[in-house]
Design a protein. Structure first.
Length: 86
């Protein structure tokens, strides 16, 4: 009897952990590309042949404006501008 209760508690904890992990992963995916480029990312882009101005254009056109989808399927855009990253 005690074993069944302990097993039930373990299942509840495991299921809750799974749902929490999925929620955290979804939030991370939705916020990806929504922050300013780090110094290492800027260095990587400059090594790829982009100038400082081209890096800003790349960020604003490709990352900042990339749509992410809300739970209802509607796209959501970032409110952050490239000027805010300076």
């Amino acid at each position: 009897m005690v074993d069944a209760i302990v097993g039930g508690v373990i299942m509840v904890v495991a299921t809750t952990s799974l749902f929490l992990a999925i929620d955290v992963a979804e939030r991370a995916m939705n916020s990806s590309g929504r922050y300013c480029l780090s110094e290492s990312e800027k260095i990587t882009l400059s090594r790829a042949g982009l100038s400082e101005g081209e890096v800003d254009i790349f960020w604003s056109q490709n990352l900042r404006n990339a749509p992410t989808h809300l739970d209802n399927g509607d796209p959501a855009m970032s409110a952050m501008s490239a000027q805010e990253c300076e």
